[in-house]
Design a protein around this ligand. Structure first.
Ligand code: PLP
Length: 392
């Protein structure tokens, strides 16, 4: 049976070139980068090169990059680290559609007495920038807003947002975990003080990520330990993964054209094919700018979980929301924030492609999905059937 992986916003396959680059770090260059001897110096050189590659990828100076263990840790460091650096400031601004790596810490902070403004989005998943502008206060410590949404792929106008936040002199954190590798990233154009990216979304291993910290931006460490990462993140560096992440960033920059070209064309063909062949189907956030690999689509009168199960039986991997929530039947907070009715949220599926997908993958999904939806609608209790004609 053919196997099609279309869940790349959950995680990606590690590129063979990344694995190759990592291998010597396990049993040849295995010193501790902090050690004084030659083993340590070799490791330190590998660490430095990885930092340079990550810096280059987002147009930052290498000294502004710290390595962390996940996108979640980068987001948590940005939030908690900033609040600790500015103890007098008690207000945070974020949005309703952020990843739980931002929303859940904000919820905790609200319980601890911080004021948290959670900005709404419209039916296309877009923010009102006037509302953002009006919500900034003198005691706002940080504005944390994602670049691209993991569920819908909707891109926020981060350059404009960055400008607004900068004018008010507030720290701006961008969660760019889903934007990385799909659209160009330039921390200066974005006016970001802090920016998170994560390895496993760009064909590097899981468990490695980075936080960009603009020179002069104050952030207290989230993990307190040794002097690693200039004292901003304790713990011996996960060097093989960091080196793999560096290589993945280099490759991601080289492949940006593939995303704006072939990957976008595949996504659009999938979208058009599904809209054409399946009735009562719409694209979540379809009117907004989106990253080129993501399609969140809803099919009325069916359960997303049933679609996923039947797709899986055909060898197709997709998702019914973000990976973190797909283990539960909680409706997606992102789609709910867009005002999509509860039942339609449940019939939503996310396809997320990568440069490893092919045109044949799209043909295969287009062949398998329409009969699955028809079959499910036949047995759906939600489908409105035409009432039987009254007896004369
Ligand atoms: N932020 C966004 C937008 C994400 O999509 C994810 C993961 O899905 C994360 C943060 C968390 O990244 P990680 O899985 O590396 O912890």
């Amino acid at each position: 049976m053919r196997r099609v992986y279309a869940d790349n916003n959950a995680t990606t396959k590690v590129d063979d070139n990344v694995i190759e680059e990592m291998l010597p770090l396990f049993n040849e260059i295995y010193g501790n980068p902090s050690s004084m001897h030659t083993f340590g110096a070799e490791a330190e050189k590998a660490l430095r090169q990885a930092r340079e590659r990550v810096g280059e990828f987002i147009k930052a100076d290498p000294s502004e990059i710290i390595f962390t263990g996940s996108g979640t840790e980068s987001d948590n460091t940005a939030l908690f680290g900033t609040l600790q650096a500015y103890p007098g400031k008690k207000h945070i601004i974020t949005t309703k559609v952020e990843h739980p790596a931002v929303l859940n810490p904000c919820q905790l902070l609200a319980k601890k007495g911080y004021a948290v403004t959670v900005l709404p989005v419209d039916s296309e998943g877009m923010l009102d920038l006037d509302e953002l502008r009006d919500s900034i206060r003198d005691d706002t410590a940080i504005v944390s807003i994602m670049y691209a949404n993991n569920e819908t792929g909707v891109i926020f106008p981060i350059e404009e947002i960055g400008q607004i936040v900068k004018e008010r002199g507030v720290v701006f954190h961008v969660d760019a975990v889903q934007a990385a590798g799909k659209i160009p990233l330039d921390v200066n154009k974005l006016n970001a003080n802090l920016l998170s990216i994560s390895g496993h979304k760009i064909h590097a291993p899981k468990g490695v990520a980075a936080l960009y910290i603009r020179r002069g931006t104050r952030v207290r460490p989230f993990l307190i330990g040794g002097h690693q990462e200039k004292g901003k993140r304790g713990g011996t560096e996960n060097l093989p993964s960091i080196v793999g992440f560096g290589k993945a960033c280099e490759l991601a920059a080289e492949h940006l054209d593939v995303y704006s070209g072939q990957v976008r064309a595949m996504r659009d063909r999938l979208q058009e094919g599904l809209l054409r062949t399946i009735s009562e189907t719409s694209v979540n956030g379809g009117e907004s700018p989106r990253i080129p690999n993501t399609l969140s689509i809803r099919f009325e009168y069916v359960e997303g979980e049933s679609i996923l199960l039947l797709l899986d039986r055909e060898g197709i991997a997709a998702s019914s929301g973000s990976a973190c929530t797909s283990g539960s039947l909680e409706p997606s907070h992102v789609l709910r924030a867009m005002g999509i009715p509860y039942t339609s949220v449940h019939g939503s599926i996310r396809f997320s492609l990568s440069r490893f997908n092919t045109g044949e993958d799209i043909d295969y999904i287009l062949e398998k999905l329409p009969p699955i939806i028809s079959k499910l609608r036949e047995i759906s209790p939600f489908v409105e059937t035409t009432p039987a004609p009254k007896k004369q």
